[in-house]
Design a protein around this ligand. Structure first.
Ligand code: E4P
Length: 217
């Protein structure tokens, strides 16, 4: 499973990119607003840090206007992935963009029929929002399972990009189901490496090592 960072925070993205474990980045208008920075500048800078896909979201609502915004965003770097909302206009724009060879991430997906349409429109990625479904008392993971089944039934190449991930169990379940990508907040990515028994075990090993009086170097 590929890992994308769900962030517009350049310091956080840079720190995680240094691990070599990050395959891409997703942003959205809310994350850009939170960064307090200029959208184009932020995307430009992320693309200098990350080689993989960097999702930049259009804000127009009509397909023609989305395509105009996409043209500007695609001019930033070859790894820009155009993010469009899962609306009829978003799907129309998606089809045009992917027919022209651009990468498209169709976002704000909340049911399997929407995901089916995105695949038919040639989307590179579909972004089902797990956490926001859970917030409503629904089961976000069920949606990932349904999309996996549908895409496998018809050999759709659209990659399932699990989004709105809130905790490490979301990440594990996505991997078990077979999501292609998980876009994860930096704080959750860091928690993935944590286990109290790892910390305790390491403490014990180092304590015993000290008694040997040895050093490796
Ligand atoms: C995905 O691309 C979105 O940016 C993101 O995952 C939304 O997550 P949220 O529901 O935590 O805002």
């Amino acid at each position: 499973m590929k890992f994308f960072v769900d962030s517009a925070d350049l310091e956080e993205i840079g720190e995680l990119a240094d691990t070599g474990l990050i395959d891409g980045v997703t942003t959205n208008p809310s994350l850009i607003a939170k960064s307090g920075r200029d959208f184009i500048d932020v995307i430009k800078e992320i693309c200098t840090i990350i080689d993989g896909p960097v999702s930049a979201e259009v804000t127009a609502l009509e397909a023609g206007d989305m395509l105009k915004e996409a043209e500007k965003l695609l001019g930033i770097s070859k790894n820009v992935t155009i993010k469009v909302p899962l609306t009829w206009d978003g799907l129309k724009a998606c089809k045009t963009l992917t027919d022209n060879g651009s990468m498209v991430n169709v976002t704000l997906c909340f049911n399997a029929n929407q995901a089916l349409l995105a695949a038919k429109a040639g989307a590179t990625f579909i972004s089902p929002f797990i956490g926001r479904l859970d917030d409503m008392g629904l089961d976000g993971m069920e949606l990932i399972e349904e999309i996996r089944t549908i895409y496998d039934n018809y050999d759709f190449e659209t990659q399932i990009l699990a989004a709105s991930i809130r905790n490490i169990n979301h990440v594990k379940t996505c991997a078990l189901i077979g999501a292609d990508v998980a876009t994860v907040p930096g704080s959750v990515i860091k928690q993935l490496a944590k286990h109290p028994l790892t910390d305790k075990g390491l403490e014990g090993f180092l304590k015993d090592w000290k008694t040997t009086g040895q050093s490796i170097l």
